[in-house]
Write a protein of this length. Structure first.
Lengths: 803, 331, 253
C-alpha cells in the first residue's frame, strides 16, 4: 500500500447519508412555485407518420394548462432522437406532451387525445431488414454509417442466400459498411494450429435506470433552471445549450443525485430539454415525469450483435489471427458504434497478431440504443470466453494459461492503428484471480451430483479508461476550508468525490477541511469529461491534480510575496505554507487565502489561464475574489490507450433438468492501476458482476416482429438480477500497480467490471455443459433445457430480440 | 396508446363486515373490483388497462383472515397474507406443499401484503393481454400470442382454446393437489367449489381465470384432512428466483400405502390456463413405489397431448423433468 | 344504443370489433312484439273461413331429401344459435367446437341445397315475380307453390345464411382446428367487419327464424309444417291457398 494520505483510503462520500435516509433529492423531488405537471404521449406504432392530432376533447377539461407538439420544438435532423416528432420511428417515440394542474388530469388528457398515425414498414430484427425486399426502419435507409470520412444513411440488402449462409455460421459475403485491419490476417490463419468459426448473437436490452428521467424546468431572468437526471454534470452544458438553443451562460443545471444512468444519461438528452421548451411556451415551471414504461422506451438499450467470428490459435495457444464480422442493431436513431469497439477489445484482450473487423450497423424500429456499460467490449467478452476455453481444451492448455499467453501487457499494441497502452497487467490479474479462486484445485471438476453439474469460468473485461484535457478547480477560503469543485456527475459511483481527493492529497490537507461542490451550475464547477467510458477516475485525478498544483504554486507565491524570498523556498504541509529552511516562517492556508484575495489577479481568480474551457472560466469569474483559486487544464503527458482491465472467476452449479444454475462463487479482480477508493472499487466490481450475471442469463429485448410490440417494458419484465439470483458473497481484489500516466497511478474500472462477469458466466455454462457453446446471450433456462433434451432451440439461428 | 402510471380516480370502500362487502359486491357487480393485497390490482388500474368504478377492500374484514383448524382439515381465510401461510406451523406440518408454493410467490415484499385469495384469483400475465390489447381474453376477436411469430415462450401447452394464456398462480397448483374446496360467498350464501373446477379454461371462460361469478367473493379455502401429512413436492422453475412467474411449476401429493403410492395428485403450473392435473401420471403411479425409476417410467405421460407453441416446447422436457424430481426427491 | 362496438387495435387505432350484442334484446323484443301483435290481430280480425280438409287426395309438396335438408339445417342453425348466443349472454360452456362442427354441417347442407335447387328443383318457384306483389292486396291472386311470405322468408334466410356462413368460414380459418393452426392473417379492422357481419346476420336470423317458427305454428298454416314433415298437402289445402295453374303440383316431386 502507498503512504498516501487520501489515495487508497476509504472515506464517506457526502451524499451517502442522504441516500440511506431518503433525504437525497432527485430531479423528481424538486418543486417550483406555480409548477405544472406534464406527461408525454408516446407513439403506439413502431414506424409511422402522424396525420392528425385531435385535442378537442381537452377544450372543456378543467385543469389543462397546455399542449406541446413537434411543431413547438426544434426539429432534429435524422437519424437523431427527436424531442417530439411527427414521424415516430419506434414504439415510445414522443409525439406530444400535455401539462396540467395535476398528474391525474394530465393523464386523463392523454387518454382523451386522438392521434392518427399512418403506419409505415418497420423492422425489429436487423436481418429482416437486411434481406432483399425487407422493410427499412427509416424512409432514408436501413443502414447508418458513422465514420471519420462522413456519416450517412445507406440502403444495403443481402440476398436470401447470403442471409441463410450467415445464419448457417459461414463467413458473411454480403456487403458491409465499415472495416479495419492490421497485420496479415491470411498469414495469421495459415500459421494457426486450430481455427474456429462461430456465429453469435448478443441480444440488446434496456438500461432500465432505477430513476426514470424526470426533469423540471423554469425560466427566470432569461436563465433556464433545469433539474435533471444526469450521469455527467459540466459535460451536459454544451449539449443542453444546443437543445435549448441558448447560451451555456444562461443555463443552470441541477443534478444532485442520479438514480442510475448506465450509459443512458451521459450527455444532455431530449427528454430533459422538453420541459424547458414547454415551460417557455406556457410560462410556468414544468415538471415532466415519465412512466417506467416510457423509461424503457426513451431510456435506451444496449446494442445487439449478430456476428461471425473466425479465430486461429498457434499450437502454443497464441492467437495468430482473428476476423470479426458484426451486424449491429443500432435502433432507430443510429446510436451505437459497439461493433468496432468490440473488435477493438479483441485486439487488446486477446492481442491477435493480425486482425480484421467488418461491421454493418443496421437500423431497427426498437428502442433507441445507447452506450451501456462496456458497449461492444462486454458483448464480445461474453462471446469470446467459451471460444478461448475451447481452444485451450483442443490444444491441451490450461484455461488460465491460454489467457496468460495472450494477456495484455505494457508492450501490447491495440486497435487498428496498433497504439501503445499506458500500462497493462492482465497476467498479474489472472494470477491473482486464479489464486483467490483456487483455480488449480477447482479445475479438478467434481463428479456430477444427481442432475447438477459444476462449471467454472474465466472472464476478461476491458474498456479504455481514461481521457485528458479537462479542467480542475480548487479554492482555499480565508476560513481555511479547501473547496473542491467537481464538475463530475453523481451517477452513483462516487467518482465526483473520489477524484477530488487527488487535490486534497496534493494540498496535504485533512478531509474534514475539504468541502466538495458539485451537482449544480451554481456551485461553480469546472469543465469535465463525461461520466462514462470508465474515464473519470483517470481523467479527473489528473485535472484535480493540476488544479491543486496550481493552488500550491500560488500558495508559495503568496508566501514569498508576503514573507520574502522565492516561491521555491517554500513548501506546504499541515494546512500551512512555510519556508523549507525555517518552517516557523510561514502562514496558514487561511491567511494565504486572505492575502490572495487582496492580491487579486490570478491569485483569487480575477485572471484565468488562457487554455481553460468556457465553463470553467465562467465558474472562476463567479468565484473571483472569494479565496485563493487553483485552476488549470490537464496538459499532462498522455500517450496511448488507457486500459481498464478486469478478470473474473466464477463457479456455477447447473441443474440439467431445470436449466437453472446457481452461481456458487465469484471472484472479480480489478486491474485499474492504483486503488483510489477501496470501498468504491469493491462496489464497482460487485455491481459490475451482478450486471454481467444479468446479461449472461436473463436480460434481453423481446419484440413481436408482426406488430413491433415490445414484450418487456416493465421493471420486472426486464429481469434484472436480484439478491437471490446472485451469490451472497462476491469477492473482489485489485492488482494495484500504478499507471505511469496518472499522477497517483489510477485508471478507471467501471465497464470491465461487468465484462469480466458476463464472460465468466458464459464460460462457466459452457464448462458445465462439456464445452457446448450457445454463442448467444442471454443463455436462458429454456435454452439449456432444450439443449440437454436434445431438442432444437425455438428461435431461428441468429434471430434477435426474441425469447 | 398512451402510457400511464397514476392511480385514476376510483371509489374505495373499506367494509369491516363480510355482509357489507357482499352487499357491495352484489350491488356493484362487474363495476366493482375486489381488493386483496393490491399487488396486481394497482398495476392494472395505474396502467389504465382495466378499470372499475369502485374497489372493495377486503383486508379490513376480520372473518377473512386467519388459518383455522376445522373438523375436517384446515380453513384459510382468503385475506390471509402469503407470508402468514409460509410461516404457519400447522400448514407446514400437515400441508407443506402450500407453504412451499406460497414461499415462491413473487418477492418477500409482495408476500408481506399479497393475500392467498388474490394469488388464487389473479389474472394471467400474458404480456399481450397485460398491454391492454383487446384480445380474446379482453373481449376481442383474436389472440396475439398464438400467431405465427408471436412471442409465446411463457404461454400454454395444454388446454388452449383461442386464448393461450397460463395461470400465473403458484398457490393454485397446491390447491388442486390438495383437493381444496374454495368457498365462494355471495348475498345468496355460500357456494363450495372444488379447486379443480374453480379455475377456468378459455374454452368455457375466455375472459376469466376462475368460475367466480360477479358478486361472489372468494372468502376461504378449505384443505381436507384427506391429504394431511402426506408426501408432498413443490418446485417452481422461473427465470429468476424472485418476482418471476413460473415457466413451469409442479405441486404433487402422494398418499403412500405401505411403500407404494395409493393415490396421487400431480399438478403443473405455467402450462395451461388452469393448474394442470397430470391424470395419466397419477393413474400410472398407483401401486408403484416413489423413486427415480418410477419417475422415469411415468415422466413421458406428463406431456401426452401437449400442443406447444413456437417458443415454448421447452416446457415439455421441463414438465417431464419436474415429474421425475417429484418422485425422486425424498419427502 | 350502438349497432357496432369498437376497440383499439394493436397500435391504438379505433377499429370495428363487431356487432353490439345489446341489439340482441332489441331484436328479441321486436320479434316478440310483432308476433304478439300479429297473433292478437289475427285473433280479433282474422277471417275465419272454412278450414280446408286434410283428407282426400294428397299432393306431394316436398321430397324426402328436401325435407331432410330443411330439418338438418334447422337443427344445425338451432345448435349454432344456442352455442353462439348463450355464452354471450353469460351462460358459459365449451361451445366453440360444437359451434364450428354445426357450422360445417350447415355449410355442407346449404351447398347441397344450392346445387340441388340449381339443377333439380324449379328455381323459379321460389323467385319473387312482380305479380306476387299483388298477393297481399288482392285475395283473388293466389300464389304458385310458395306464397309471397314464404318466398320473402326464403330470400331473407338465403341472404342471411350465406352471410353468416361466409363470415363464419372466415372466422373458422382464424382458429386452431385439427387441420391447421391459427394465423393472424387478417388485419384487425377486417376481422372486425367479419365479426360484425357474422353478428348482425345472426341477429337478423334470430328475428327471421322467430317469425318463421311462429308462422309455421299458426293454426291456418300448420299444414305447411306437416308438409315439411310428411311431404304432402291435401288437394283441398292446395286449392284453398294456391293457384294450381301456377303450380302443377303433380309434377312436383
Amino acid at each position: 500500500m502507498s503512504d498516501y494520505k487520501h489515495i487508497g483510503k476509504d472515506f464517506t462520500p457526502p451524499d451517502v447519508v442522504g441516500k440511506v435516509t431518503g433525504k437525497a433529492r432527485y430531479a423528481e423531488d424538486f418543486r417550483a412555485d406555480g409548477m405544472v405537471y406534464a406527461r408525454v404521449y408516446t407513439s403506439p406504432m413502431a414506424h409511422g407518420r402522424v396525420v392528425n392530432i385531435d385535442t378537442s376533447a381537452l377544450d372543456d377539461m378543467p385543469g389543462i394548462i397546455g399542449i406541446i407538439t413537434a411543431d413547438d420544438v426544434p426539429a432534429v435532423e435524422a437519424p437523431g432522437a427527436a424531442m417530439l416528432t411527427n414521424l415516430p420511428v419506434y414504439i415510445g417515440d414522443p409525439i406530444l406532451a400535455v401539462a396540467a394542474e395535476d398528474e391525474t388530469t394530465a393523464e386523463n388528457a392523454l387518454a382523451a387525445i386522438r392521434v392518427d398515425i399512418e403506419p409505415l414498414p418497420f423492422a425489429v430484427d436487423p436481418l429482416d431488414s437486411l434481406v432483399e425486399g425487407g422493410p427499412d426502419a427509416r424512409e432514408e435507409g436501413n443502414v447508418y454509417v458513422r465514420s471519420r470520412e462522413g456519416s450517412g444513411f445507406r440502403r444495403i440488402k443481402w440476398t436470401p442466400e447470403q442471409i441463410d449462409e450467415f445464419r448457417a455460421g459461414r463467413e458473411p459475403t454480403g456487403e458491409h459498411a465499415a472495416e479495419w485491419e492490421y497485420g496479415d490476417v491470411e498469414q495469421g490463419f495459415a500459421a494457426a494450429e486450430v481455427i474456429y468459426e462461430e456465429p453469435f448473437v448478443t441480444v440488446g436490452y434496456a438500461h432500465m435506470s432505477m430513476e426514470p428521467r424526470t426533469a423540471m424546468a423554469y425560466w427566470e431572468n432569461g436563465k433556464c433552471h433545469l433539474y435533471a437526471s444526469s450521469q455527467s454534470q459540466s459535460f451536459w452544458m454544451p449539449g443542453l445549450a444546443r437543445l435549448l438553443e441558448i447560451d451555456m451562460a444562461d443555463i443552470v443545471l441541477i443534478s444532485e443525485n442520479t438514480g442510475g444512468g448506465f450509459g443512458s444519461k451521459i450527455g444532455a438528452y431530449p427528454m430533459a430539454a422538453l420541459p424547458a421548451w414547454f415551460s417557455k411556451k406556457i410560462g410556468r415551471p414544468v415538471q415532466l415525469r415519465i412512466t417506467r414504461e416510457q423509461e424503457y422506451y426513451v431510456g435506451s438499450a444496449r446494442v445487439g450483435f449478430q456476428g461471425w467470428m473466425k479465430i486461429g490459435f498457434a499450437a502454443n495457444g497464441r492467437v495468430t489471427a482473428s476476423d470479426v464480422f458484426i451486424v449491429e442493431d443500432i435502433g432507430p436513431n443510429a446510436t451505437g458504434g459497439d461493433g468496432s469497439s468490440a473488435a477493438g477489445a479483441v485486439s487488446l484482450v486477446y492481442d491477435p497478431e493480425a486482425m480484421r473487423f467488418r461491421g454493418l450497423p443496421v437500423l431497427t424500429n426498437t428502442t433507441p440504443r445507447g452506450a451501456q456499460r462496456g458497449p461492444g467490449q462486454n458483448q464480445i467478452a461474453a462471446v469470446m470466453a467459451p471460444i478461448m476455453d475451447r481452444a485451450a481444451r483442443d490444444l491441451g492448455i490450461d484455461r488460465v494459461e491460454i489467457r496468460r499467453i495472450n494477456a495484455a501487457n505494457n508492450a501490447t499494441t491495440v486497435y487498428e492503428d496498433q497504439e501503445p497502452v499506458t500500462s497493462a497487467y492482465m497476467k498479474e490479474a489472472l494470477d491473482m484471480g486464479a489464486e483467490m479462486f483456487d483455480w488449480e484445485r477447482r479445475k479438478q471438476k467434481p463428479a456430477k451430483n444427481g442432475s447438477k453439474v459444476r462449471g467454472i469460468g474465466i472472464g476478461q473485461g476491458y474498456h479504455s479508461a481514461g481521457a485528458n484535457g479537462y479542467d480542475g478547480l480548487v479554492r482555499i477560503t480565508p476560513d481555511g476550508k479547501i473547496h473542491l469543485h467537481s464538475g463530475v456527475g453523481n451517477l452513483g459511483t462516487y467518482s465526483y468525490a473520489s477524484t477530488v481527493r487527488s487535490a486534497a492529497e496534493v494540498l496535504k490537507c485533512d478531509w474534514e477541511d475539504c468541502v466538495i461542490h458539485h451537482g449544480t451550475t451554481e456551485a461553480h464547477l469546472p469543465w469535465s469529461s463525461y461520466q462514462a467510458g470508465s474515464n473519470t477516475s483517470f481523467t479527473h485525478q489528473r485535472a484535480n491534480y493540476v488544479a491543486a498544483l496550481d493552488a500550491v504554486d500560488k500558495l508559495k507565491q503568496v508566501a514569498a510575496r508576503m514573507l520574502g524570498g522565492s516561491p521555491d523556498d517554500f513548501d506546504i504541509d499541515g494546512k500551512r505554507v512555510f519556508a523549507v529552511a525555517n518552517p516557523s516562517r510561514g502562514m496558514s492556508y487561511a491567511d494565504a487565502a486572505a492575502h490572495a484575495i487582496s492580491l487579486g489577479g490570478t491569485f483569487s481568480g480575477q485572471e484565468v489561464p488562457e487554455d481553460i474551457h468556457e465553463v470553467t472560466r465562467r465558474s472562476v469569474e463567479n468565484l473571483a475574489g472569494s479565496g485563493l483559486v487553483g485552476v488549470a487544464k490537464d496538459n499532462l503527458r498522455k500517450e496511448g490507450v488507457v486500459p481498464g482491465l478486469a478478470v473474473a472467476f466464477a463457479e456455477i452449479e447447473l441443474d440439467l433438468e431445470t436449466g437453472k444454475y446457481q452461481i456458487l462463487d465469484y471472484v472479480g479482480i480489478a486491474e485499474c492501476g492504483t486503488v483510489v477508493h477501496p470501498q468504491g472499487l469493491a462496489a464497482q466490481m460487485k455491481g459490475g458482476a451482478v450486471w454481467g450475471m444479468g446479461m449472461a442469463g436473463l436480460e434481453r429485448h423481446v419484440y413481436d416482429p408482426q406488430n413491433g410490440l415490445p414484450a418487456g417494458v416493465g421493471y420486472y419484465q426486464c429481469r434484472i438480477p436480484t439478491y437471490l439470483d446472485t451469490p451472497s458473497e462476491i469477492r473482489t481484489g485489485a492488482v494495484d500497480l500504478p499507471d505511469p500516466q496518472s499522477p497517483f497511478g489510477a485508471r478507471g474500472i467501471g465497464e470491465p467490471a461487468m465484462g469480466c462477469s458476463v464472460a465468466a458466466i458464459t464460460s462457466a455454462i459452457a464448462d458445465a455443459l462439456d464445452g457446448h457453446v450457445f454463442n448467444r446471450t442471454p443463455v436462458s433456462a429454456d435454452m439449456i433445457v432444450n439443449h440437454v433434451a436434445g431438442r432444437e432451440q425455438s428461435f431461428v439461428a441468429l434471430q434477435t430480440n426474441n425469447f | 396508446m398512451a402510457s400511464f402510471d397514476v392511480m385514476p380516480h376510483i371509489e374505495l370502500y373499506k367494509p369491516t363486515e363480510l355482509a357489507d362487502a357482499l352487499e357491495l359486491a352484489d350491488r356493484l357487480g362487474p363495476r366493482g373490483w375486489l381488493l386483496g393485497g393490491g399487488q396486481d390490482t394497482y398495476g392494472w388500474f395505474k396502467d389504465r388497462a382495466k378499470n372499475a368504478e369502485a374497489m372493495i377492500d377486503l383486508n379490513g374484514i376480520e372473518a377473512l383472515h386467519g388459518i383455522r383448524e376445522t373438523a375436517d382439515g384446515i380453513e384459510i381465510g382468503a385475506a390471509t397474507t402469503l407470508r402468514e401461510i409460509v410461516r404457519d406451523p400447522l400448514l407446514n406440518e400437515r400441508f407443506a406443499v402450500l407453504p412451499a408454493a406460497a414461499a415462491r410467490v413473487a418477492s418477500p415484499q409482495i408476500r408481506n401484503v399479497g393475500t392467498l385469495g388474490g394469488n388464487l384469483v389473479q389474472d394471467t400475465r400474458c404480456w399481450y393481454y397485460r398491454r391492454g390489447l383487446a384480445c380474446y381474453r379482453a373481449g376481442g376477436n383474436l389472440c396475439y400470442a398464438d400467431s405465427p411469430q408471436g412471442m409465446n415462450r411463457e404461454h400454454c401447452v395444454f388446454g388452449a382454446s383461442r386464448c393461450v394464456a397460463v395461470s400465473p398462480s403458484d398457490t393454485a397448483t397446491a390447491m388442486v393437489a390438495l383437493d381444496a374446496t374454495m368457498v365462494a360467498t355471495s348475498v345468496d350464501g355460500e357456494r363450495l367449489i372444488p379447486a379443480g373446477r374453480f379455475f377456468a379454461l378459455p374454452e368455457t371462460h375466455i375472459t376469466r381465470m376462475t368460475t367466480l361469478e360477479p358478486g361472489e367473493i372468494l372468502t376461504a379455502v378449505r384443505l381436507p384432512a384427506r391429504w394431511a401429512g402426506k408426501r408432498f413436492y413443490f418446485e417452481k422453475v422461473a427465470d429468476r428466483d424472485v418476482w418471476d412467474f413460473a415457466l413451469v411449476s409442479i405441486a404433487a401429493a402422494f398418499d403412500l400405502d405401505g411403500g407404494n403410492i395409493g393415490d396421487a395428485r400431480v399438478v403443473c403450473g405455467g402450462v395451461a390456463a388452469v393448474p394442470w392435473r397430470l391424470r395419466e401420471v397419477e393413474r400410472a403411479l398407483r401401486g408403484r413405489a416413489p423413486g427415480a425409476d418410477t419417475g422415469e417410467a411415468v415422466a413421458a405421460l406428463a406431456t401426452r397431448g401437449a400442443r406447444p407453441l413456437n417458443y415454448n416446447h421447452f416446457k415439455l422436457p421441463l414438465m417431464e423433468n419436474l415429474v421425475r424430481r417429484a418422485l425422486r426427491e425424498p419427502a | 344504443m350502438n349497432i357496432a362496438e369498437f376497440k383499439r387495435d394493436v397500435w391504438g387505432r379505433e377499429v370495428l370489433l363487431g356487432v353490439s350484442w345489446d341489439l340482441l334484446w332489441v331484436i328479441v323484443a321486436l320479434s316478440f312484439a310483432f308476433i304478439a301483435l300479429h297473433a292478437i290481430g289475427m285473433a280479433v280480425l282474422g277471417r275465419r273461413g272454412p278450414k280446408p280438409s286434410s283428407d282426400g287426395p294428397r299432393v306431394a309438396r316436398h321430397a324426402a331429401v328436401d325435407r331432410a335438408f330443411h330439418w338438418i339445417m334447422a337443427v344445425s342453425v338451432f345448435v349454432l344459435l344456442v352455442t353462439g348466443v348463450l355464452p354471450i349472454i353469460g351462460i358459459e360452456f365449451a361451445w366453440l367446437t360444437i359451434h364450428w362442427i354445426a357450422g360445417l354441417v350447415l355449410t355442407v347442407v346449404v351447398l347441397f341445397h344450392i346445387v340441388r335447387s340449381l339443377f333439380w328443383l324449379d328455381l323459379k318457384s321460389m323467385w319473387i315475380a312482380p305479380r306476387d306483389l299483388k298477393e297481399p292486396f288482392d285475395s283473388s291472386v293466389k300464389p304458385g307453390k310458395y306464397s309471397l311470405a314464404q318466398k320473402s322468408m326464403h330470400a331473407a334466410v338465403t341472404v342471411l345464411s350465406l352471410l353468416v356462413i361466409g363470415s363464419g368460414l372466415v372466422m373458422f380459418a382464424m382458429i386452431d382446428t385439427p387441420w391447421w393452426n391459427r394465423t393472424n392473417a387478417l388485419s384487425e379492422s377486417t376481422l372486425g367487419w367479419v365479426f360484425f357481419i357474422h353478428g348482425l346476420s345472426t341477429l337478423l336470423l334470430i328475428a327471421t327464424i322467430s317469425l318463421h317458427v311462429y308462422f309455421g305454428l299458426r293454426p291456418e298454416k300448420l299444414f305447411y309444417l306437416r308438409s315439411m314433415i310428411k311431404g304432402w298437402v291435401s288437394r283441398d289445402e292446395l286449392e284453398a291457398h294456391h293457384d294450381s295453374s301456377r303450380w302443377s303440383a303433380g309434377e312436383s316431386n
